[in-house]
Ligand binder design. Sequence first.
Ligand code: COA
Ligand code: AMP
Length: 658
Amino acid sequence: MRDCRMRRGGSAPDRHEAKRGGTTMASRYHEIYDASRIDPEKFWLDAAGKLVWTKKPTRALDPEAGVYGRWFPDGECNTCFNAIDRHVEAGRGDQVAIIHDSPVTGGKRRLTYGELLVEVKALAANLTDLGVGRGDRVIIYMPMVPETMIGMLACARIGAIHSVVFGGFAARELAARIDDAAPKLILSASCGIEPTRKVEYKPLLDKAIELATHKPAATIVLRRPELACELIEGRDHDWDALRHEAMAAIAAGREVPCASMKATDPLYILYTSGTTGKPKGVVRDTGGHMVVLHWSMQAIFGTDQGEVFFCASDVGWVVGHSYIVYAPLLRGCTTVLFEGKPIGTPDAGTFWRVAAEHGVKVLFTAPTAIRGIRKEDPDGQLPGGYDLSQFEALFLAGERADPETLIWAEKALQRPVIDHWWQTESGWPIAANPLGLGLLPIKRGSPGVAMPGFDVQVLNAMGEQAPPNEMGAIAIKLPLPPGALPTLWNADDRFRDAYLTAFPGYYSTSDAGFIDEEGYVYVMGRTDDVINVAGHRLSTGEMEEAVAGHPAVAECAVIGMRDALKGELPCGFVVLKNTSQLDRGQIEAELITLVRERIGPVAAFKRVLVVDKLPKTRSGKVLRRTMKAIVDKDDYEPPATIEDATALDDIRRAVSGD
Ligand code: COA
Ligand code: AMP
């Protein structure tokens, strides 16, 4: 674990009252948090009561069920019904549900709740006709188009479990997910569009199915106008052709009802990086997820029915699942689905253009996006060119929000900039500053205070609660609240080992940090091999497995080096089997290609250095922290247990290019 015994040094955190949005009223945070702590049953049953259930839950938590308890154990509901049908039945069918704004194609498309309902029913009918039913898995490997959301919601409608795979992952990663989830069907598209190239999904999909042991029975492929692709007869189906058939059947009276699901049934699986090369399949349940996202949309993000929310992430990440797709729709908001980048599509004003054009109330993005914008617009001139009169606040998450980025954004936008902390596992913010309950004073460098249901504590190595301001492992006292993962897909034991054994009675977040005397949490970094590259969670262990697969590599270590734009970038150090016969430059290039092909472009693995030996302890453990300090040009003390201190000189030489 990193520096967990260290006491926090430096000056007191910069504390200030937010200038706009939610600040006119005193914050109700303490009252609400206390209510959730004193009587969680009442608190969460009240929240559940705002939604439609086919069988209303009579209790909130069953502490005896599942690995650590299950939420709404006797409730039954359907997430798609609550996200779409409920609004249409209430007469809001003409309200816009999704705005697809795609500067990379030049397209803009609006779908009302009524239109969305028909699209979802059509795809749900197609899935049913292809044999997909309740509990079957469907992998979705698609770009940022409305059909991706339609796919997720169609699965939810019929009770199938979706698993969205981010488009920046390569075929082998997709294959690993196919083998773990064993999907009956895959939804995909001909291409995704990156600013400099079209990402041809179909060859990646074909390759992944070839590599995987499990073979899905069918695929449905959206052939985008930007790129054609061939379909394999008997397996692949054309999205539009199926859609037309189903639309005709629905027009002729075909019913596509919502399945009544147990609240504890899985809604989706989302794979995330862990310490090993094998990704973890985070399971999200149906009822708890629905209740908490509906609650959080207003309470935390201050956005309610009829208002516009813009989460500039990707549907392939948890942030996209929760706050592009499910939470805005459950709450009856309009969600912006943005297919572009914060810069270069066409410029660093694109977020502000989207916010102005669509009347966005709240924007949510990652600090790395703001750092990219700041680089292009250092004086923060661009927001001033847009009518941001509807815009109230900017939320940031995915990585630590450095104070310089926060200050730049506050100055440029003249709005509260709210850091908040969460994980794929939590599904919604663990700590935040709740706009909808009235903002607390913002302390830069802290993602705020614990949200209802999360009993966040800092523990020392003995598992005891650390005093305020003392660094330690951040853990959450069990049970986790609704919406957080109940387990890993088909892997209860792995779930226990990975999260629940380090501190009995707690969920270990694998983040280190401290909590101040006012309850503000400070998240300083991971305690495992996970690195955060441009807001993407990646495993260095997985990259090491890929690099070690090269025949010339004897051993290797991959560390996250600090980067001004992306937060961290992976840097590989390799020892070759026989350096004399090999061209180092060529090996380095091959390793970069290898990681790109194995994991995908999202790994951003572009730096690899050949060294004669890796620094190790006498027991053979690679000194990754010391290597990281050298790469980051931080001060360090060579550990007393080092086997051969000259290995550090080798690392220094490689880094400085001598
Ligand atoms: N499909 C295929 N390739 C993708 C992809 C996708 N969906 N997304 C990214 N890539 C590729 C990029 O094209 C790039 O490829 P290259 O090496 O050929 O240039 C590579 O993956 C690395 O991408 P990234 O590190 O994301 O850089 P970027 O310049 O493409 O984008 C940001 C920068 C800031 C826009 C992007 O990283 C981002 O949105 N980050 C936030 C992530 C997030 O939302 N996290 C959740 C918390 S909010
Ligand atoms: P992911 O599962 O991709 O959402 O990544 C979760 C990890 O990102 C967390 O465990 C943290 O290490 C990091 N993270 C997310 N949000 C924040 C934040 N606001 N501050 C610091 N770290 C964050």
